[in-house]
Design a protein around this ligand. Sequence first.
Ligand code: ARG
Length: 264
Amino acid sequence: MSTKFRRALIVTFVLLLAAAFAPAAHADQTSKAQPFIVGGHDVSIGDHPYVVYLVDGRDHQFCGGTLVEHDTVLTAAHCAAAVRPYELGVVAGRQDTRMADGIEAGVRSVWLAPGYQDPTAGNDIAVLKLDRSVPYRPARLPSGGDSDLYRPGTEAMVLGWGRLWEGGDKATELQGATVPVMSDSQCIQAYGSYEPDTMMCAGYPEGGVDACHGDSGGPLVVGDILVGIVSWGDGCAKPGKPGVYTRVATYSDHVESLLVRLRG
Ligand code: ARG
């Protein structure tokens, strides 16, 4: 056997070996990725039936959302503006993005909050009217009497299919993490552009638990009440850099009257 041929044989063998082990190595990596959203855990969509995700024209998950009626979704304006409405899809009732269960709806109309320009400038909220009704229980909007929902220390849960760590893989199964609401003064300390009227922030001072890229538009809930919408942050789960959410209560009245109009 010529050395050249032998070398080629060895190279082929090594490549085959690598191919054989690659899937195992990958599986191992994903199983190590127990922390989710960042620092969360698997949650059942049955317990949070209002959580949906948005897909683009190629059917890729890119944001989250929340059913507030059987045919209406609240999401972030920066999510709704990222894709042309006719390419936008909403997937409801699906725990695992690799599956085909649940319902995929199209979007009939998109409303962006007036004044929305950029998440860090606030008003990062949008309403999507779906082209069909889905049979999953919607979340509630905060009302005037619910002001203590925003009290610092209130435990809220953020949900989504976004990255499991900064720059990491996206989750395939719905993830959830508990984060405490932070005080406005802490949020202002973290971010100069924080605006208490239209935003709220949540997380631990030491970081470690947070929403991440791909979670945008998704819900921050206290019980079944939608208190926040994942909007922005500096990286994910960094100490001193909490997640910033759209303060839904600020928009409740506006959204409610829009829902009435959309129903008619
Ligand atoms: N803007 C990001 C997205 O497109 C999510 C930002 C949330 N970041 C955070 N650290 N909480 O999904």
